[in-house]
Structure formats: C-alpha cells, structure tokens
Ligand binder design. Structure first.
Ligand code: SIN
Length: 194
C-alpha cells in the first residue's frame, strides 16, 4: 500500500450524511488533540490491542530513520481504552493529513466509559495495518525502546510520544502492559551520547 494514505481516506463515504462523527483515538490522538472537537469522552473499543508497531517517517522519525508509534492489532476479546471525540465533517480533512503515514479510516463500534448505562456509537478509528509501507511489526521491548529513544522527527522526539501516551493512560486509570513495559525500558536506558 502507498506511503501516503490521504487520497484513499478521502474516498471514504461512510459518514458523508452525518453532521458529526465520533473518532476514537488510542495513540497521539489521546494526548495531542490539536483539532477542534464538539465533545470528548473516554471510551474503549473491543477486539484490538495497542502496539508500537507502526513506523513514523513524518512525525517522530524520518524515512531514513523511522520512529515507532502506535497502531492496533486484532486480538479477539481485548479491550483498548482511549478517547472519543465528536468532530465536525471538516475536521476529517486535516486529520487525514496528520494520519497519512499508513493509517486508514476504519469504522468501529465504540463504547463510552463515562456512561451510567452501557452506551455505544458507530465511530471511526485510524488504523495502520501490516500491509502499509511504513509498518515495522513486533520486536523485543528493549529494541523498540531503543529505537524510540534514538528517533526524532518533525513533530519532535519519539520518546515524548511514548511518555505522553503512558502518562495519559495512567491519568485515565488504565493499565496497558505493552505501553508501560516500553516506558520502563526507555527510562532505564543510559543517556544518549551528546
Ligand atoms: C491514534 O492516536 O488514534 C492514531 C495514531 C496516532 O496518531 O498516534
């Protein structure tokens, strides 16, 4: 699949007749909401696990030295917690550009965590599957943490992405063993040579 998914995403018509759309964020979209939204609510999706398996050529690394950022991998019954945003249609254009490095819009049921009664909606998630050109896949935690420690891109150091995500999940009261293991590995690494 092409490295820039903007054009593919803009062909999606699923929500065209909706005035507003629920977007589920599980990575930087949790802690970096630099887009306008009408409402924000903690939520989860089922059947997916968050993994630092996606390469980043445009935000937290470069094409020559990609960083590592979050995507989702299918896992029956797993619960992935994140943040849902109700956004207007015109916010999708800039989001497609932000998520252009391999992520495709996918329709998903999402379930709110702040409701007294179970409450769900159909929403959208940006997902980087293993057939995208920037996909890196699994590696030992130490190797992932080292790659994150050494990577830097136009949006800043890769380590900030991981540390901000871990902090946001902690503040939301969620345990994510993969994320917290990577955070521990990263913080245990010796400082990079100046
Ligand atoms: C997301 O946060 O939902 C997608 C991945 C990212 O932008 O970090």
């Amino acid at each position: 699949m092409t490295l820039d998914t903007t054009a593919i995403n803009q062909q999606m018509t699923h929500f065209d007749d909706h005035e507003a759309i629920w977007l589920f964020g599980y990575g930087s979209l949790i802690w970096k909401a630099d887009f306008s939204f009408l409402e924000r609510r903690p939520a989860h999706i089922i059947g997916w696990e968050r993994r630092f398996w996606q390469g980043s050529h445009d935000h937290r690394g470069t094409p020559q030295a990609p960083g590592r950022v979050a995507t989702l991998t299918e896992s029956p019954g797993a619960v992935c917690h994140g943040m849902a945003y109700r956004i207007a249609q015109d916010v999708l254009g800039p989001l497609d550009v932000r998520e252009k490095n391999g992520y495709l819009r996918v329709v998903t049921p999402l379930h709110f965590d702040d409701a007294d009664q179970p409450e769900s909606r159909e929403g959208l998630v940006y997902l980087a599957s293993e057939d995208n050109a920037a996909f890196l896949g699994p590696a030992p935690d130490t190797a992932i943490a080292r790659q994150i420690a050494e990577s830097h891109g136009p949006s800043g150091p890769n380590r900030d992405y991981l540390l901000n995500l871990a902090q946001a999940l902690r503040e939301m009261g969620h345990d994510d063993p993969h994320i917290f293991a990577l955070e521990r590995e990263l913080l245990a690494l010796p400082p990079l040579p100046a």
